[in-house]
Design a protein around this ligand. Structure first.
Ligand SMILES: [Zn+2]
Ligand SMILES: [Zn+2]
Ligand SMILES: [Zn+2]
Length: 346
């Protein structure tokens, strides 16, 4: 058995079929890279210049209502539109395009400009969970929609232009790349073994307990064996459910609880408002039951060793394969040991 804590090796991602190169011996090398400024947390509960705050005007000319909970609106500069005439182009299988219908919405988590999920109360996050479930049902009921992607970009480092706590929902008529790959691998696993890929994986992780960060009665958060980003985590429902809307009432509250506990640990790790991109993966909408799908979320944070030093996916990673130095096991240990109480709360 090789020493995986010391020797370079590859790890397999069974959800996508990708491999990641792990190089734990490199963590001692000196760092002379860029030092980035830490993003200051938003201080004001209301910002008159913010296009997401209640009552404010948006760039598209609309005005937000004086909302007091969550608030959903159609993206004023949507990447997808519902009323596109179908067309298809194909020149010898080399120049290929097809029309794509869809919709893009924005969900404000709170009227408070200065909050983040880590700083919201569990009942407030639970209201966001209920909004996500409602949106999945509403958008998923449209004939033109096959997949509903909920995602959040948090922090300037991830390109989030506005600190107001919000996420986006993009829904379209075909499965996006990542979702299609995960669906294919989950379906093949179910067909081959008669069991669910993520149920089986969760059982292995629960026995090993080496990569688990935090858990509650309904969810486990772990650094997956095949993680690419330094502090990447996978949030998995303990019960086999295909979509967030299949969660019962206690499990929805448990989801709100685990989201707060995870993001608090993230913030505490480097005592900064931890940037990330995250999103939920769940079964496609439509009539097929999709028993292979197991509801989960991915968090991909860019930070590597401090509030200012991030990982870049360049060079070998763009040309060949992703690579990491810090092992998923040590990343999980550091997140597990991060305090449960937010550093701003003293
Ligand atoms: Zn705002
Ligand atoms: Zn499952
Ligand atoms: Zn996934």
């Amino acid at each position: 058995m090789p020493d995986w804590k010391q020797q370079p090796h590859r790890r397999f991602n069974p959800l996508t079929g990708d491999w990641v190169l792990v190089s734990p011996h490199r963590t001692q090398r000196p760092w002379q890279g860029q030092v980035e400024k830490s993003a200051a947390p938003a201080a004001q509960p209301y910002d008159p210049a913010c296009y997401l705050c209640p009552g404010n005007a948006r760039a598209g000319g609309m005005r937000n209502p004086p909302y007091t909970g969550t608030f959903v609106f159609e993206n004023d500069f949507a990447a997808l539109k519902p009323d596109i005439a179908p067309h298809h182009a194909d020149q010898g299988g080399l120049i290929v395009a097809r029309s794509e219908r869809g919709t893009c919405r924005v969900v404000c988590f709170s009227p408070r400009h200065d909050l983040t999920v880590a700083r919201m109360e569990v009942p407030e996050i639970r209201a966001v969970v209920d909004t996500w479930c409602g949106q999945y049902a509403e958008i998923g009921a449209l004939d033109s929609i096959r997949y509903v992607q909920v995602f959040e970009n948090r922090g300037e480092m991830m390109g989030a232009s506005n600190p107001h706590p919000h996420c986006q929902i993009w829904a379209n008529e075909t499965l996006p790349n990542e979702v299609a790959r995960e669906q294919a691998h989950q379906a093949a696993y179910l067909k081959g073994r008669g069991t669910c890929l993520l149920c089986d994986y969760l059982a292995l992780e629960a026995a090993a307990r080496e990569r688990i960060v935090v858990e509650n009665e309904a969810f486990t958060v772990l650094v997956p064996f095949w993680a690419v980003w330094p502090f990447e985590v996978l949030l998995v429902s303990k019960r086999h459910v295909g979509a967030m809307r299949d969660l019962d009432d206690p499990a929805r509250t448990a989801l709100a609880d685990i989201l707060k506990r995870l993001t608090t640990r993230y913030d505490n790790l480097f005592e900064t408002s931890f940037p990330y991109t995250m999103g939920f993966h769940q079964r496609p909408t439509g009539r097929e039951p999709h028993p292979e799908w197991h509801f989960h979320a991915h968090y991909y944070p860019p930070l590597l060793r401090s509030a200012t030093v991030r990982k870049f996916m360049v060079g070998y990673e763009m040309l060949a394969a992703p690579q990491r130095d810090i092992t998923p096991e040590s990343a999980a240990a550091r997140l597990r040991e991060a305090p449960e109480r937010h550093y701003l709360d003293g």
